[in-house]
Design a protein around this ligand. Structure first.
Ligand SMILES: C[S@@+](CC[C@H](N)C(=O)[O-])C[C@H]1O[C@@H](n2cnc3c(N)ncnc32)[C@H](O)[C@@H]1O
Length: 167
């Protein structure tokens, strides 16, 4: 009981606008936890004091430092729902999506406690297999899922990776 409450208590969400996930996370962790959300777009503030919302580019090292400072210790969960603005050029969009995935992996490796969890949006593309291989090397369990709400024909998938190995 104590362990599971602790497991869910500190979360970082990358790509949090307009804020649905942050609101759910804030309720799940409760006042004793902490939720930090960041997006390029400014989010409307939430009433809960345990939620910190930042506006900025999550791939920027300065933002990573800011999040680390707000956290003040390791996180239990990193969520990344980041998606690039689409240009319509397949190669460009795939490369941008992959850059966001890799940034999320850096957050997971540097912010999560050992045993921590990452939920990561990954678009199917040329480097998809490579990202999965990196995740398998970093986490004990890696599962791919496609929510029912995902549009037909969309390349969007989510990877649920648990048990961060010591890095
Ligand atoms: C699908 S939406 C996220 C929805 C959100 N999870 C929710 O619950 O409302 C994807 C978001 O990723 C953000 N994003 C894209 N690139 C980003 C970056 N480099 N840094 C931070 N956010 C980024 C976009 O601005 C966009 O709001």
């Amino acid at each position: 009981m104590c362990t599971s409450a602790r497991t869910l208590s500190i979360r970082v969400e990358l790509g949090s606008w307009p804020g649905g996930w942050v609101q759910v996370a804030a309720e799940l962790v409760g006042n004793a936890g902490k939720v930090i959300g960041i997006d390029l777009v400014a989010l409307d503030p939430l009433p809960q004091a345990h939620v910190v919302l930042l506006q900025g580019d999550a791939t920027d090292a300065a933002q990573q430092d800011k999040i680390r400072a707000v956290l003040g210790g390791p996180a239990d969960v990193v969520l990344s729902d980041m998606a690039p603005k689409l240009s319509g050029i397949k190669e460009v969009d795939e490369a941008r999506a992959m850059e966001l995935c890799r940034a999320a992996l850096v957050y997971a490796r540097t912010l999560l406690r050992p045993g921590g969890t990452l939920l990561l949006k990954v678009f199917m593309g040329a480097e998809h297999k490579q990202v999965l291989a990196e995740l398998r090397a970093t986490f004990t369990t890696v599962k791919t899922t496609r929510p029912e709400a995902t549009r037909k024909g969309s390349a969007e998938t989510y990877v649920f990776a648990t048990g961060l190995k010591h890095t």
